[in-house]
Design a binder for this molecule. Sequence first.
Ligand code: PLP
Length: 399
Amino acid sequence: IDWWDNVGIAPKDPILSITEAYFADSSPRKINLGVGAYRDDEGKPVVLQCVRDAQAKIAGCEFLESLSRQGSMKLVDESVKLAYGESSDVVKEGRFAGVQALSGTGACRLFAEFQRRFRPEAQIYLPAPTWSNHRNIWRDAQVPQRTFRYYNLESKILHFEALMDDVKNAPNYSFFLLHPCAHNPTGVDPTEEQWREISYQFKVKNHFPFFDMAYQGFASGDLDRDAQAIRIFLNDGHLIGCAQSFAKNMGLYGQRVGCLSILCKDAKQAISVKSQLQQIARAMYSNPPVYGALLVSTILDDPDLRNLWVKELKVMADRIIKIRAVLRKNLLELGSPLNWDHITNQVGMFCYSGLTPEQVDQLTNKFHIYMTRDGRISMAGVTTENVAYLANAIHKVTK
Ligand code: PLP
């Protein structure tokens, strides 16, 4: 018999297929604005100096087995401090269940699985729009999903009233996925005041906040500032779930280093929750890889390397902030009558440009510029050299 007769081709991932099309294009002018990976102003991928130094520091160490547990525990402790604050009681009292995860995606997947096992009746509310893989992750964990309104396409700002209505109208004890900073794909985050209101309403409704923090430090260049939403919820006494990724802020995309933490009511509960997370992980992939975790924990644990990292992170964030301003300026200088304020108002890796799918197709077909059809521009792909070409192309297709 033919075992796999019933298998058709899976639908292509929208982001990965853009990269394929980009590589197949032979034009020297081509630009890839699809993938959310940082590039320097020459369009090159970056290995941070702090990572190179950490590599040198751990070279030759007997980490393959003996350090694996230790490295992983240190990674979790340092990650949790990064998210909740160095001096947070949660950390001091050990009121969290934390495990190393396969980057941000793996942390979300592990949480989704945990949620289905222990809260099988609850749905997850995802922002509209959100990173497309969130839907796949909670789908595969068989958690029913709903959306809550987040972004106003017309005014290109947070749809705050609608968001609050949806929070109020969701059944009590619902799970909500929140992006604490640099929302993907819109680049629009709630203000501090809005976060306070959201946190208050979550308390009223007894909702569970799950933060997917893939970009800490990338929005403002400041790690604490980018964690402000989490700190506000923490102060209000919420028990939070948090996925952290070191893919973007340490440039460790391929190493898959992340952390999942779940705050608990006391240290005893944390032990139970952690044991369950470990058991779920054990059946899926046994243990997470060691090398990347050692790199991250080495950087976070060494004051010099950590300072260097903070500086390098700021350089990346600042480049993106600066190139946003240049893109907007170029569009205005070309005489575009449209309002491009959102390019500089939005934060993080992405600009939700407002370009229609047809305009994106024109950019690709006429100008060799690749991006998702929702008009999301990965600002990391914009450089001093290509920004004028990009602005001109955007102007041409929006005239
Ligand atoms: N969450 C969000 C919102 C993201 O944008 C991304 C990456 O694009 C991830 C999670 C996953 O990142 P990784 O699994 O590479 O750490």
